[in-house]
Design a protein around this ligand. Structure first.
Ligand SMILES: [Mn+2]
Length: 194
């Protein structure tokens, strides 16, 4: 089983996470931000991961540190769980509808961090969640996982649906890219490393 445990503590957040890539979508998540918990639960479910995550953050300031640092920890966990990346599919693209919203997400488990994030039209809040932190979460994840990630919203009007489409798609695309194909031998790069 490909998995990783990360504990990270700063003056702003204390986070513990256990991530398994080859799971059944089961999660236990508590960040203190209800909508964010909902999104990470969906990501885990549709990525068929297993995730136990707790974040005790400085929510009396705002949600920024909690969301960004959770992205850092999950990115670190994903990278560590993948190991040397031997046999993985590496590339994946998914289209995910959520009622009237539709997102396109593509990933390359490249070893190089790069985020493209084209999502417009979000209201400021979903529940208590500051929706501008969605981009911060993905940037933190990308930088610490070492992946190239393109998130493009095609259309959508409801903020909850738009972000839900993105988190479901993110789980799906990571699952596909991390999947091991019996036809791929070794590291899937002509350079021999990722
Ligand atoms: Mn929902």
């Amino acid at each position: 089983m490909r998995k990783a445990s990360i504990n990270r503590k700063t003056s702003e957040t204390a986070i513990s996470a256990e991530l398994a890539l080859d799971g059944k979508g089961v999660s236990q998540i508590d960040t203190g931000i209800g909508f964010f918990d909902h999104m990470l639960t969906l990501m885990t479910k549709h990525g068929l991961f297993e995730l136990t995550l707790r974040c005790d953050g400085d929510l009396e300031v705002d949600q920024h540190h909690s969301v960004e640092d959770t992205g850092i920890v999950l990115g670190q966990a994903f990278k560590e769980a993948l190991g040397d990346k031997a046999g993985i599919t590496r590339y994946a693209s998914v289209t995910t509808p959520m009622d009237e919203a539709l997102s396109f997400i593509s990933v390359d488990v490249s070893g190089r961090p790069y985020l493209v994030y084209n999502v417009d039209g979000l209201k400021d809040k979903a529940g208590t969640f500051d929706t501008e932190l969605t981009e911060e979460f993905f940037r933190a994840f990308v930088n610490h996982a070492g992946i190239t990630l393109h998130i493009n919203l095609a259309y959508g009007s409801n903020t909850h649906h738009i972000i839900e489409s993105i988190f479901k798609g993110f789980g799906r695309v990571l699952d596909q890219a991390a999947s091991v194909s019996g036809r791929i031998e070794g590291i899937p790069s002509t350079k021999g490393s990722l």
